[in-house]
Ligand binder design. Structure first.
Ligand SMILES: [Zn+2]
Ligand SMILES: [Zn+2]
Length: 332
């Protein structure tokens, strides 16, 4: 069986408004050539461009909720996706109003779209059950209907050893395929050969969870349990629990508590309040690390690569983006 890549690109980490060097919260999962976009505020396209991702054939888009900082980049993505030929439809998932937003944007902006857009209103529970993976929507508690998403790969069969099958008297051909799919077959002598006799150990599927915007609900931990990567909002610093609850967001300590309770393998914060400078965010990271020691303060264009086996997640930081200005003084 082929090795499958599973990479998460952080496209933005800011909450409420985009800042120079900190775009709005968004992430892209790339799995074996398929692209899954989570949220899409202003500027998401710029990050995609900076990462040099060939993104115009996004397969599925998941929107958490209908706040401008999570959705206003969508019309641009839809329009630019029409620059390439595609036969596959684009599936878009989100709360009910997202459907209206897509329809009215298409109408008012008079968009040329050369592919099919299929909108699916999201309710809590499994929203996608494909051959290789499921996606579950997690109901969050925010000022508008809001969902987090858990992308879970199904376990994959272990490696197939054809030489073992031949040794056990199974003729090369369709029976090889059946064994690989988990079925027993008969060998030349009529004996039953089990897949476990010719296959390596089953390979664990990988899980990516994306949770933003919400107040602290302890039960989120159950939903994102054992994720290989959890990206979770941490809008405020420790001590501002009341503010966080009023605004229906979380402090970094609350987010870290979810990561710890869920026993996730890798935990990254995002959706920072614009009130914090990059320097100040380091203090928030330390607060979170008291609860979940490995907390990562995600930055725009950080890449998480989740290997096929149980090896550690590889984190790459793209060189940070520094806006440069040129001042031209015109003297009279
Ligand atoms: Zn937000
Ligand atoms: Zn919001």
């Amino acid at each position: 069986m082929l090795l499958m890549n599973f990479e998460v690109f952080v496209l933005g980490t800011s909450g409420m408004m985009p800042l120079p060097g900190r775009f709005l919260t968004s992430a892209m999962l790339r799995r074996e050539g398929e692209l899954f976009l989570f949220d899409c505020g202003e500027g998401t396209q710029v990050s995609l461009k900076q990462l040099n991702l060939k993104w115009k054939k996004i397969n599925r888009i998941f929107i958490s909720h209908m706040h401008a900082d999570h959705v206003t980049g969508l019309p641009g993505i839809l329009m630019l996706s029409a620059q390439v030929d595609r036969d596959e439809p684009l599936y878009i998932y989100g709360p009910k109003k997202l459907g209206e937003y897509i329809d009215s944007s298409r109408k008012i902006l008079d968009m040329y779209i050369n592919y099919e857009i299929i909108f699916k209103e999201v309710n809590e529970g499994i929203i996608i059950d494909e051959e290789g993976y499921t996606v579950e929507a997690v109901k969050l508690d925010h000022t508008k209907p809001c969902f987090g998403y858990v992308f879970k790969e199904k376990n994959r069969p272990g490696e197939f050893y054809p030489e073992k099958a031949i040794e056990l008297g199974v003729a090369k051909g369709p029976k090889f395929g059946r064994l690989q799919k988990g079925f027993e077959v008969e060998n030349e002598n009529g004996d039953i050969i089990k897949p476990s006799q010719v296959m390596g150990e089953e390979r664990r599927g990988r899980t990516f969870s994306y949770i933003t915007d919400t107040m602290y609900i302890p039960s989120i931990a159950q939903k994102v349990k054992d994720s290989d990567l959890l990206l979770c909002e941490g809008m405020f610093e420790e001590g501002l629990e009341d503010t966080a609850r009023d605004k229906k967001h979380m402090t970094v300590t609350q987010a870290a508590t979810i990561a710890k309770d869920a026993n996730v393998k890798t935990f990254g914060l995002l959706h920072y309040s614009p009130r914090y400078s990059d320097f100040e965010l380091r203090a928030l990271k330390e607060q979170a690390r008291k609860i979940y020691p490995g907390t990562i303060l995600t930055k725009d264009r950080m890449i998480f690569e989740i290997p096929n086996d149980d090896a550690n997640v590889i984190v790459t930081k793209e060189k940070s983006y520094r806006p440069r200005y040129e001042r031209i003084i015109i003297r009279s």
